[in-house]
Design a protein around this ligand. Sequence first.
Ligand SMILES: Cc1cc2nc3c(=O)[nH]c(=O)nc-3n(C[C@H](O)[C@H](O)[C@H](O)COP(=O)(O)O)c2cc1C
Length: 190
Amino acid sequence: MTRSFDATRPVPADVIEHLVALAARAPSAGKTQGWHVVVLEGGQTAGFWDITLPQERRQGFVWPGLLAAPVILLPLADPQAYLDRYSETDKVATGWGDDVGAWSAPYWTIDTSMAIMTLLLGAQDHGLGTLFFAVSRNEPVLRERLGIPARLDLLGAIALGYAQQDVVRPGRSAPRRRRSAEEIIHRGRW
Ligand SMILES: Cc1cc2nc3c(=O)[nH]c(=O)nc-3n(C[C@H](O)[C@H](O)[C@H](O)COP(=O)(O)O)c2cc1C
């Protein structure tokens, strides 16, 4: 993840479109593709930060270069799209079309997460840096300001742009050891 961006290098609009088109190739349950993304660029990102990281909290903020990201993407999952899709004739037998509580797993979150990961990998291929991060403050205000419908789940935010090469400030979790494949794999059975 990148937490310091070059404010002087915008991301071309066609690259953003390409990354979203790539993300749309991610697998989705019943090919529902129930996700959306709000794209904030240029001056619009300042509005995002004003709400989610108010001025009085910026003093001690450890990654000031994060606010220089030229693009913020807000991925949104649409549970209703899944209810609608699973009410169609080929899926109605699942019984999942009526109530999100009936689902064995929240496929809208899973699918949107897969799309996000595809976008992050695509960005890496384009030499771009990204940070996926939580919108942990003032989400209701942000949603109101951007007109995000209540039915959509905001999964987080993605900062996107060219990394500021000379500023390397690792995240707090960075020293944690990366688990090996052997630790993760359970061959044949748990
Ligand atoms: C669901 C999720 C939430 C995250 N939230 C934050 C966050 O709020 N702030 C942040 O700096 N990084 C956040 N991260 C990034 C992780 O800290 C990062 O991926 C992890 O430390 C591994 O670092 P690396 O991806 O650079 O290897 C989040 C990642 C995920 C998947």
